[in-house]
Design a protein around this ligand. Sequence first.
Ligand SMILES: *Cc1c(COP(=O)(O)O)cnc(C)c1O
Length: 420
Amino acid sequence: MGRRPHHPQGNRVRSLTMAKQTNRNLKPATRVVTGGRRAEWTGAVVSPPVWRASTHLYESTAALEQGKKGNADGRFFYGRRGAPTQWALADALTEIEPGAAGTVLYPSGVAAIAGALMAVLKPGDVLLVTDNAYDPTRSMATGLLKRFGVEARFFDPLDIDGFPDTFCDRTRAVMLESPGSLTMEVCDIPALAAIARDKGAVSLIDNTWASSLGFTALEHGCDIAIMALTKHVGGHSDLMMGSASAAEPWHSRLRQTAQALGHVVSPDDAALAARGLRTMALRLKQGTESALRIATWLSARPEVARVLCPMLPGSPGHAIWERDFTGGCGLFSFLLADADDAARARFIDALELFGIGYSWGGFESLAIPFDPAPNRSASPWPPAGWAGDKALGIRLSIGLEDTDDLLADLERAFAAMEKR
Ligand SMILES: *Cc1c(COP(=O)(O)O)cnc(C)c1O
């Protein structure tokens, strides 16, 4: 066994990486299908087998000594460094992130954000965080990172002109997110990332909403692209995972830090994530289409003050979305007009096809209420000019149900909201 660390038939099976080498211009939808399917990892089967392994058995002490030397991805050394199932998934994610040298996997999206920030920051550094960041990112910056001597400062992601002034000589990194969690601002990432680069700071982006299929973050100037694979890549609400992709030298720094922190994902979950990835392009396309239809319908409802859906013409940020993104997804928000907490609760509680719960990107529709104001410090919520909006928000994750049924469910919920 020790002499054959990988699939015994590996050498005899035609490798799909040959297709990769002969045609570098494969479209993203093709790359989600072919990515990571190297013969030495998958053998003669289509999907990567589940390699449940901690220990690599060696033939001799000499072979053990030799093993330490070639201790890179793609050579099985010890379970914490991953095995073919995890490498196949990481490789596939790298394939769909143009500009990336590699991808590191983490046990959750939050772990990916923590791992990436710890790879770039040291005590005394200042971290700039977009004011529309995912709430746990915000808490991490003001909590955990503060304990390690990093100072977090928040900035308004829509104020490009003011952005250069938020830097100081200790600013080491900028944490971006677009569209923003819950509030869905689409930010001018190329402009923000270019300013960060100019100032000598590393830019990281939480690209969970669009995924690399909808927004090629590294090509648009970011240094590290992070995704919660829990959402679109998993796609079935049955796993937790995160990833960070980057060019060198950041990829190596991410990998070293993840190994130092002991981050590893289970091969079972990696196989599930790889399975989800194969249908992601299709699911995102359907999610975009259904969300756009529902967002359009909501924007004509008298109970709705504002729809926050990047794909919807007229919605805030639509022009930048159209300029920079190649796709959307089923996640968007809307604000109720003249509603109070009780009315909003009546609306959500009346929904039958939408589950009430966190996370998103699964095949099933979900709804949650949100009130972002307490999590803002650098930009007003609701934004200036939106006066009159009470800004009672609802976020919808549109699943793969028939859109007609979802619209009927929403219609019923509006009726329940009006009833007292
Ligand atoms: C869910 C989410 C995460 C975190 O992912 P987990 O796998 O739940 O830790 C990070 N960023 C965004 C934008 C998310 O929606």
